[in-house]
Design a protein around this ligand. Structure first.
Ligand code: UDP
Ligand code: MG
Length: 315
């Protein structure tokens, strides 16, 4: 029996690129002779013709499988559903917009055959991204690495190949706020970086507006570190120190001089400063409490509306 490679492709409103993506994946498929391949497209509740196009492609090609979400659940959740649905000996995660070149998968397979369990793509070049995205992404990976208790590779997205062993561990990690690249680092095994040039998006717009980027970055930091909680303690200590100085000063001035009325400025500064630190710390606590609440609800991570092309399903 040949080994099976699963390729997971999350798609959200990608009607403009799906055709080209299918073509590039077919070209890649033709180069793989010694593996069976399945392509698992996860339609993350697209509002355009993505689902239709995927359904048509599935009917024409039995290697294609489609998982259709009941609504938009977000990129990381879509990837999770793809991993859950995959039955391959190795699973590859790749974006639908052709920013991750499918040809690189062949190099990943070669490294996997050499005994690596995870081969992750590291971006050496990201043409066509806004300066803002480049700067924030760069800063994010560095801050995250500082804070995180497990090292998370710099400038690395979700484009990667994972061995079945790693996939099985990943499937047993039920957390709600998912930061897959970090979770894979946490698993361990033999991991290796594969530098590649990230291409421009083939067509359409980024589905990661600033709002989603901030959410994603917070998830990354909060899920992989409790250091922000310690930051709250440090800030609290520093502000208490200054508050103590202020109290001593106030008492000295009040008791030993006659000039104690005009203290308005000091009071305002102290109130504002302490208020700021307190709000920040409460906010940090709130983030963690909110996450705990989310976990405790034990809702399913995603809702599947339909599945197409899976051989084991009763049709
Ligand atoms: N995506 C998704 N659900 C979302 C947002 C994005 O499945 O809510 C998919 C999208 O179709 C693409 C991949 O995730 O295949 C990466 O998104 P995008 O290219 O927009 O992000 P960027 O490359 O700009 O960071
Ligand atoms: Mg993209």
């Amino acid at each position: 029996m040949q080994q099976l490679l699963s390729v997971v492709i999350p798609c959200y409103n990608e009607e403009e690129v799906i055709g080209e993506t299918l073509k590039r994946l077919r070209d890649f498929r033709a180069t793989v002779t010694d593996l069976d391949v399945e392509f698992i497209f996860v339609d993350d509740g697209s509002k355009d013709r993505t689902r239709e196009l995927l359904t048509a492609a599935q009917q024409a090609n039995p290697e294609i499988r489609v998982v259709g979400f009941a609504r938009n659940f977000g990129h990381q959740t879509a990837v999770t559903a793809g991993i859950d649905a995959a039955s391959g000996d190795a699973v590859v995660l790749i974006d639908a917009d052709l920013q991750d070149p499918p040809e690189v998968i062949s190099e990943m397979i070669a490294l996997w055959r050499n005994g690596y369990h995870v081969v992750y793509g590291t971006r050496v070049d990201r043409p066509g991204e806004s300066a803002f995205k480049l700067v924030t992404a760069r800063a994010f990976y560095r801050v995250l690495n500082r804070l995180s208790d497990v090292p998370i590779p710099l400038d690395t997205g979700d484009f990667r190949l994972m061995d079945r062993k790693v996939v099985n561990v990943l499937k047993g990690m039920p957390e709600r706020d998912r930061f897959i690249r970090g979770m894979v680092s946490w698993v361990g095994f033999r991991q290796v970086a594969l530098p590649y040039r990230r291409a421009e998006r083939f067509a359409g717009e980024s589905k990661y507006p600033l709002r989603k980027m901030v959410r994603f970055a917070t998830d990354g930091i909060m899920s992989f570190s409790t250091k922000p909680l310690r930051l709250a303690v440090t800030l609290g200590l520093i502000s208490s120190f200054f508050a103590l100085l202020g109290i001593i000063n106030t008492l000295v001035v009040r008791l030993t001089t006659e000039h104690w009325v005009p203290g308005w400025a000091e009071i305002m500064v102290a109130i504002l400063f302490l208020g700021g630190v307190q709000l920040l710390c409460i906010g940090i606590l709130g983030e963690y409490v909110g996450r705990t609440y989310n976990e405790i609800k034990r809702r399913p991570l995603y809702v599947v509306q339909d599945r197409l092309g899976f051989p084991d399903d009763q049709q």
